[in-house]
Ligand binder design. Structure first.
Ligand code: AMP
Length: 619
């Protein structure tokens, strides 16, 4: 078996990586390190994020560079600030025992002057995001003429983000004699173009097959009605009490909305997207890395470069526009040899997208059923018992209280005590899920009953000139209710049905006792017909989100107060009346965020690239 020593890494670096806990090389390191150390060719390395690729190029660089000279000898280009800082930190650690070693990180969103000063002081390795590097080149504050190694990390991501022009500029400033090492998760067309334009006789190193998702990721999809997506997400989270996940959404507004609702519903979650300032994003990432939060809701762009180990689940709340992005998303789990799960919550219309992704990643998805309330309760119960068993006992602190506690429990049997203690937590889940239905897409039977809501009759309908949005408005303003208190609405000609959160039922009824609409008395009463029967009779339902909205907290203590509201536009309201833009034939129901804007809006690098020459793979 290879060791770092047999791969050719020498003493000072060996002791540094030992301190980092690197005992044995990972597969990409085994293949790449001896090759790159030969220093006689350009290389294309196909490796997913999380496979140890930073050390695969960082260790050879650390060994090849002449740290006695202060000249810039290597430039590492990567797509995001987070990745830039991560790489800089890693290489700084590899070289910590080498006198004179200086690694500088250059990225946008921070003072350019400070970065220029650091370069001036002498840095042998510059790790940079392309945009900021070009700014510094344009100010003539860096000399790249002695660069001997150019590393393009996550090259496919840099191209996806529209950095091609910047890469062209940077690489044209470096000497033709340098060696280029290109790392990419996929051999996308643009990557092959770069290899053709900038590399000569590049040798290829890969672990696993091209364009294939990591072996140890299980891909699962759940089919639900578009309106049930959020409920499905909550159930997945509840069914995995120890989840440490990233939830991907397509737009900033959807990201913010999903996160807001998770936080409101007592989950340990927060989000990152382009409407947040860098400081806000850093703060969220700090909490996520330290596992203060369990679920990070993110857009593709904001999540680029997130390299957090131990992510157990990647959840595609909405599938990405481009199938290749699925590989990047799922690659956030199963890092460093671990296994992980990549989940897609889809509606019936999106099965074709799943099949398309299967072809791209060359792996099959498993279709799974959203866990029932009963299954979730059971899972939570045993997780609670596990936690109880594993909770350390602070003997010293608890000791003084024990006599009194034992006294109070004296009359109860051991079985009773266990049942009661467990029930203090368990009952919350039982209560929450007691009326829950199966969540399933159109392929199986699905009930229209919304747990916790009461079906109501109202004597207003289309002939009164109201639509669903207006009816919602009449109900909410008339009874001073939040829009989340109203569930599904069935609009008929002369009357309608709607659902109201049971806790607001009385308030609604009394508010409408003396209410009229354009001079006509409005009658509101509880509907006696079961919801399913109504549906059959009255046809289509509205797809407003709803159900299972009662405030509840997960086991494991109070997570409230976390994740304060932020500024930042486009925070949709849950089930509000705004237009729901649909894309690619998919319905992103559940929430409707106003003014949905994709990450990287018009004029952004991403868009510029999208309009460029390379047609991108769409579903
Ligand atoms: P990377 O793909 O470079 O982001 O690496 C993924 C994770 O694996 C990082 O947390 C690295 O610190 C860690 N890592 C890289 N190489 C090794 C190794 N040989 N042994 C243990 N951990 C490693």
């Amino acid at each position: 078996m290879n060791t770092f020593e047999t791969l050719g890494i020498d003493g000072k670096i060996l002791s540094a990586i030992k301190d980092m806990g690197f005992e044995n090389p990972m597969p990409i390191q085994e293949k790449a390190i001896p090759e790159l150390l030969k220093n006689d060719s350009d290389y294309i390395c196909l490796a997913q994020t999380g496979t140890g690729k930073t050390a695969a190029f960082g260790l050879p660089l650390a060994q090849l560079i002449d740290f006695e000279s202060p000249k810039a000898q290597a430039i590492v280009l990567c797509p995001t600030r987070e990745l830039c800082m991560q790489i800089t930190g890693d290489i700084t650690n590899f070289t910590k025992n080498i006198r004179g070693a200086n690694i500088v990180a250059v990225y946008g969103g921070a003072s350019i002057e400070g970065q220029i000063n650091q370069i001036k002081r002498g840095a042998q390795i510059i790790v940079a995001t392309p945009g900021r590097m070009v700014d510094i080149i344009n100010r003539k504050k860096v000399d790249l003429s002695e660069i001997q190694w150019a590393v393009l990390d996550e090259a496919d991501e840099m191209l996806n983000m529209g950095f091609k022009e910047d890469l062209d500029i940077i690489l044209s400033k470096t000497s033709a004699e340098k060696h280029t090492w290109l790392f990419s998760a996929t051999m996308a067309q643009g990557v092959a173009d770069i290899a053709r334009n900038y590399m000569s006789n590049a040798k290829e190193i890969s672990v696993g097959k091209k364009n294939q998702g990591a072996e140890n990721i299980s891909h699962i999809y759940y089919v639900v009605h578009a309106r049930d997506k959020y409920l499905a997400l909550k159930r997945i989270a509840d069914f995995n009490p120890d989840i440490y996940g990233i939830i991907f959404c397509r737009t900033r507004a959807e990201t913010q909305t999903v996160a807001d609702h998770l936080i409101k519903d007592g989950y340990s979650a927060d989000c990152i997207h382009g409407d947040l300032s860098q400081a806000q994003r850093d703060s969220v990432m700090k909490k996520y890395r330290s596992k203060t939060i369990q679920m990070l809701v993110a857009t593709d762009v904001a999540a680029r470069g997130i390299d957090v180990d131990d992510v157990t689940h990647v959840i595609n709340y909405s599938l990405p526009d481009e199938a290749e992005n699925y590989t990047h998303r799922s690659g956030r789990t199963a890092r460093a040899g671990k296994s992980g799960v990549s989940i897609a919550i889809i509606n019936m219309k999106e099965i074709g997208k799943v099949r398309f992704i299967e072809r791209i990643i060359n792996k099959k998805f498993t279709e799974a059923k959203i866990p029932s309330g009963k299954e979730i309760c059971e899972k939570q119960l045993f997780s609670l018992i596990d936690k109880s068993i594993n909770t350390p006992i602070n003997e010293k602190e608890i000791e003084p209280y024990l006599p009194k506690i034992f006294g109070q429990l004296e009359h109860l049997s051991k079985e009773d005590i266990i049942k009661r203690l467990i029930s203090t937590e368990f009952n919350r889940f039982l209560e929450y899920y007691k009326n829950s239905n199966d969540l399933a897409g159109d392929r199986s039977h699905s009930s229209s009953h919304t747990a916790g809501f009461k079906r109501m009759f109202i004597s207003l309908g289309r002939l009164d000139g109201v639509d669903k949005g207006q009816l919602l408005n009449i109900l909410c303003t008339g009874a001073d209710l939040a829009s989340t208190s109203i569930g599904k609405i069935d609009l008929m000609n002369s009357y309608s049905f709607f659902e109201v959160d049971i806790k607001d039922l009385e308030k609604l009824k009394s508010a409408f006792e003396q209410h009229d609409y354009k001079g006509r008395k409005i009658k509101i009463e509880e509907s006696e017909k079961p919801a399913d029967e109504k549906r059959e009779r009255y046809g289509d339902r509205d797809s407003r989100g709803g159900g299972e909205k009662r405030e509840f907290r997960k086991f494991g203590g109070d997570r409230g107060g976390y994740g304060g509201k932020r500024d930042g536009g486009g925070r949709g309201s849950y089930g509000g009346g705004g237009d729901r833009k649909s894309s690619g034939g998919s319905d992103r129901g559940g929430f409707s965020g106003g003014g949905e804007s994709r990450e990287g809006g018009a004029g952004s690098r991403r868009d510029k690239f999208a309009k460029g020459s390379r047609p991108r793979k769409k579903f």
